[in-house]
Design a protein around this ligand. Sequence first.
Ligand SMILES: CC/C=C\C/C=C\C/C=C\C/C=C\C=C\C(=O)SCCNC(=O)CCNC(=O)[C@H](O)C(C)(C)COP(=O)(O)OP(=O)(O)OC[C@H]1O[C@@H](n2cnc3c(N)ncnc32)[C@H](O)[C@@H]1OP(=O)(O)O
Ligand code: FAD
Length: 636
Amino acid sequence: MEGVDHLAHERNKSEFDVDAMKIVWAGSPHAFDVSDRISKLVASDPGFRKDNRSTLSRKELFKNTLRKAAYAWKTIVDLRLSEEEAAKLRFYVDEPAFTDLHWGMFIPAIKGQGTEEQQQKWLPLAYKMQIIGCYAQTELGHGSNVQGLETTATFDSQTDEFIIHSPTLTSSKWWPGGLGKVATHAIAYARLIVGGREHGVHGFIVQLRSLEDHSPLLGITVGDIGMKFGNGAYNTMDNGVLQFDHVLDVYSIAFASIAVMLWVSQVTCEGKYKQSDVPRQLVYGTMVYVRQTIVADASCALSRAVCIATRYSAVRRQFGSQNGGPETQVIDYKTQQSRLFPLLASAYAFRFIGEWLKWLYADVTQRLQANDFSTLPEAHACTAGLKSLTTTATADGIEECRKLCGGHGYLCSSGLPELFAVYVPACTYEGDNTVLLLQVARFLMKTVSQLGSRLSSKKPVGTIAYMTRVEHLMQCRCGVQRGFAELSADLVEAAVAHCQLIVVSKFIEKLQQEIPGKGVKQQLEVLCNIYALFLLHKHQGDFLSTGCITPKHAALANDELRSLYSQVRPNAIALVDAFNYTDHYLGSILGCYDGNVYPKLYEAAWKDPLNESVVPDGYHLYIRPLLKQEIRTARL
Ligand SMILES: CC/C=C\C/C=C\C/C=C\C/C=C\C=C\C(=O)SCCNC(=O)CCNC(=O)[C@H](O)C(C)(C)COP(=O)(O)OP(=O)(O)OC[C@H]1O[C@@H](n2cnc3c(N)ncnc32)[C@H](O)[C@@H]1OP(=O)(O)O
Ligand SMILES: Cc1cc2nc3c(=O)[nH]c(=O)nc-3n(C[C@H](O)[C@H](O)[C@H](O)COP(=O)(O)OP(=O)(O)OC[C@H]3O[C@@H](n4cnc5c(N)ncnc54)[C@H](O)[C@@H]3O)c2cc1C
């Protein structure tokens, strides 16, 4: 029945202050207020409807996305939303679109790598959306290997301009989001050539389309690369292909500096290339920035899937009826708990590691401005490794949540298939996860060679086993005289172990903070222990081989896990309520707040276009002849 909370009995079991946990999840009272207000604003506006996406054709879907993006911008302007509120609105609109790359990469790249002059020229236009930008780095032939990019930018000292060119088919820009049909400008990465000498990959602002009629400019060939994984999903985004034919790009300016003129690599009017001695990898700064945002995104995506699966696991009953009484809630089965609760713990773990990574990125950015590169290698390794770890775990976790919901998890109305389809490219974009782990492995090898076996400095006591595991894995690999490439598969395992150590230690550090609210810290301690012991159980071979735990310890850890699951059980619904997601944002009948699943599933079925007629199109042409044997049947 509408209006009845079918999960009220679950909510009454909660042993902690849910409202206080909502603040912890949001990060602060202010952040909670903004999220709560904006999510409800979006949910209550029919202009942001999203429940029909799976029934639209690609062109209808894309046009609808453009409509929504324009409507979102109008809402932002009309309501005079702040940058923080506007970002939240785009988040809760929940539709991959060109705006993600305009705000998520194009503007950050100019802010992070542009000179003061370039920022003054381009940022006002970009903030007012008078130009729409994309980040055009990947090419048909190269994505992971940035130093392999083929697009050229040749400085013509006669005209004081750069000529951007795609010399080969494989140099075509390929994948940039927003590029295909919308972006008017790109930050294009190209090999800088001055006076016949090549100076590596640099970023350039290049205009692609006329601001009058949106037609591609002279020398620009641009389009969409075609349908991607899943039906609706990421097909709301125009990932594009772009070729330059000797584009005399009057607007292009070689990105000349990082942060506040820290790194000045300039091309003078006389055609001289000047670069000071800062790490060339600072040109990768935007990727580092986005990788740390992706870790926070992972906690959002995983928490969304876990919220759906947890609420449905409390609603669904299967087997176990005693004397005609109600069947057992599937959330009470130990197998369901052993699959679901580690994901619930991971969602909270990734939330807190995302907060820490945001601090680390801000710290390294501040240091760069003071010409201090001392923490740059660690920042690169952490952003790369944690992006890899959290996105892999989240993609796998969303799929596990689909399976935890049985058959109904496979319905689009569960919200899980589309969430999976939209999320999984996170394991690839912003750096293929294996390639990024190899960067972490390289950092660990270098650290071991510099510091000897003691890899990790001051870590919380509870992480000794985790620390020893990483050191053991590294010693086993570094000890033998074989090359990095030969050992890379093993070193990637050590890299994962290192990242897991960071997540566990930052979760423990979070618990050392003042955390207000009845029972809140206690619940987080249970989740932290579940996260740590679940990984210890999953990788117990590593831990046993270090000798820092015994088989008996491993057995005790498993017993403790079961006990922890029993402690979470009465609080599970309240722990996912703390994410404070609206039914609109969840987009899931299985995860609806009131748990009134069956009537909503049944009602939703009849809305499918296939049910517009009781006799399907095609019956008279194909089925009737079959049934009436009017088609000559093969001799049976
Ligand atoms: C729906 C979206 C919602 C909202 C938010 C907005 C966007 C969402 C995000 C994504 C979705 C949409 C768009 C996606 C965009 C993209 O995918 S953009 C393209 C991303 N591409 C990559 O990530 C490419 C990955 N490859 C690389 O980063 C590099 O090629 C490399 C693998 C790091 C290798 O680089 P290189 O060959 O130059 O260097 P090495 O020889 O390996 O190392 C030399 C030393 O440099 C150090 N290093 C490397 N990288 C960095 C860095 N980034 N910072 C600092 N230092 C770095 C490395 O450690 C070596 O150091 P050494 O050992 O001391 O010598
Ligand atoms: C949805 C989506 C959106 C995107 N948006 C953008 C965008 O806006 N702008 C942009 O510039 N790019 C974008 N990209 C491109 C993305 O950044 C690249 O696809 C990504 O960096 C991976 O590079 P690749 O495709 O070359 O993979 P490859 O490197 O070709 O990966 C193929 C396989 O090779 C393996 N491999 C590669 N190198 C090594 C190595 N050295 N050692 C061991 N294994 C290796 C990988 O692990 C992987 O298994 C997007 C991609 C997707 C899917």
